[in-house]
Design a protein around this ligand. Structure first.
Ligand SMILES: Cc1cc2nc3c(=O)[nH]c(=O)nc-3n(C[C@H](O)[C@H](O)[C@H](O)COP(=O)(O)OP(=O)(O)OC[C@H]3O[C@@H](n4cnc5c(N)ncnc54)[C@H](O)[C@@H]3O)c2cc1C
Length: 340
């Protein structure tokens, strides 16, 4: 029988303040646990994969390639994002294609739900900057997006407001923290957990940040591409994130080929992107298990939350709810949880 606790004041140590750990810390602190969140990096969080993410909350679009479990966790997470951070923009997302990718576009439409087909006029009404650019588009009205570099500090602030403590520059080991017999330890170290979970691998995602006042977008725009789902995400202050490649390598940095593809794709969405200023090139390694599915591992009071792959922002709130339900009520979600 698994040993769980019902004491709401049990100390909970969470390792890793990326999107997985931040959501765990917030929900546990709100439930009355004495939460300490340890992060080995500093507040800038540049070592976290989460720092480099697009931040799209897109369970419907992701259903084209992801398993149904991602949709289930994603749809639940949208509700939690709305509840906890009501300012999260839920402006939907758009999918467009050039004529040569027509078949991919139609396949995408068949494989996904909860979208409306817009003609050119409908697209221009929604995004005036895209007038005349595409003959039609798919609009997914229920999807949202967050800006990772703004939302992580926001979540950290909410954790403190709920009574939690965050320790930056705190490089800790789950084994050491678990020596306290009362402590619950939740390990959200992403790729840093490979010492205990050697099956984890990194999948490189490259991104480019550009700046222009010539294009205005209110929502992410995905462009059909034969190899990667390429997208343009509007950020504050005339910034746009171009993302993201998905490459089976743990190299960091951005290759010339990827830069050409990302910049070329943006240019074909709107030629004004050709005059945009390049602000940043960057890449992150998505933590993934061999099946690319997330996993909550349970060994008594030691819990691991990892393998969020390309869906960390989309599914982290639901994973935190599942962990809390396990700790407080002993509930097991067989699809996501494994006793190790
Ligand atoms: C280019 C790109 C675009 C993406 N776009 C999206 C998107 O649009 N939507 C989406 O949902 N997902 C997206 N993702 C995926 C998402 O970024 C990841 O799934 C997510 O960031 C994983 O979060 P994590 O908290 O598990 O890991 P991380 O963010 O890496 O956090 C782990 C943290 O643990 C810390 N740590 C490690 N070891 C220790 C230790 N011993 N002690 C203390 N701290 C430690 C690390 O410093 C790090 O901060 C994207 C990823 C990339 C690369």
């Amino acid at each position: 029988m698994l040993q769980t606790t019902k004491r709401p004041d049990s100390p909970v140590s969470i390792i890793g303040a990326g999107i997985a750990g931040a959501w765990q810390a917030l929900l546990f602190a709100q439930a009355g646990h004495a939460v300490t969140l340890h992060e080995r990096g500093d507040e800038a969080m540049t070592d976290a994969t989460s720092h480099w993410a697009g931040g799209m909350l897109a369970p419907y679009c992701e259903a084209e390639v992801a398993e149904p479990i991602i949709s289930r966790l994603g749809l639940r997470s949208l509700e939690v994002w709305r509840r906890e951070l009501p300012d999260t923009p839920f402006n939907g997302s758009l999918v467009v294609a050039h004529p040569r990718e027509r078949n991919d576009f139609e396949r995408f439409a068949r494989m996904t739900e909860d979208h409306r087909r817009l003609d050119a006029a409908g697209l221009a009404e929604l995004e005036p900057s895209l007038e005349g650019r595409f003959r039609d588009a798919l609009f997914f009205p229920a999807e949202g997006h967050v800006e990772p570099r703004r939302v992580l500090p926001q979540l950290h602030e909410r954790i403190r407001a709920a009574g939690g403590t965050i320790k930056f520059s705190s490089d800790v080991s789950a084994g050491d923290l678990a020596k306290d017999p009362d402590a619950i330890v939740i390990d959200c170290r992403g790729l840093g957990a490979r010492d205990e979970q050697p099956e984890l691998r990194g999948v490189k995602g490259e991104m480019i940040l550009i700046e222009t006042a010539e294009v205005q977008l209110a929502r992410p725009v995905r462009l059909m591409h034969p190899r990667w789902p390429l997208y343009v995400i509007p950020r504050e202050n005339n910034l746009f994130m171009l993302g993201a490649t998905s490459i089976e390598t743990e190299d960091t940095g951005v290759t010339v080929r990827s830069a050409l593809e990302l910049l070329g794709a943006a240019y074909t969405v709107h030629p004004a992107f050709g005059e945009a200023r390049i602000v940043e090139f960057g890449s992150g390694l998505r933590p993934a298990f061999p099946d690319n599915l997330p996993r909550i591992g349970i060994r008594g009071r030691r819990i691991t939350v990892n393998g969020l792959y390309r869906h960390g922002f989309l599914i982290a709130p639901a994973l935190a709810e599942l962990t809390l339900n396990y700790v407080e009520r002993g509930q097991i979600d067989n699809e996501v949880m494994q006793c190790v």
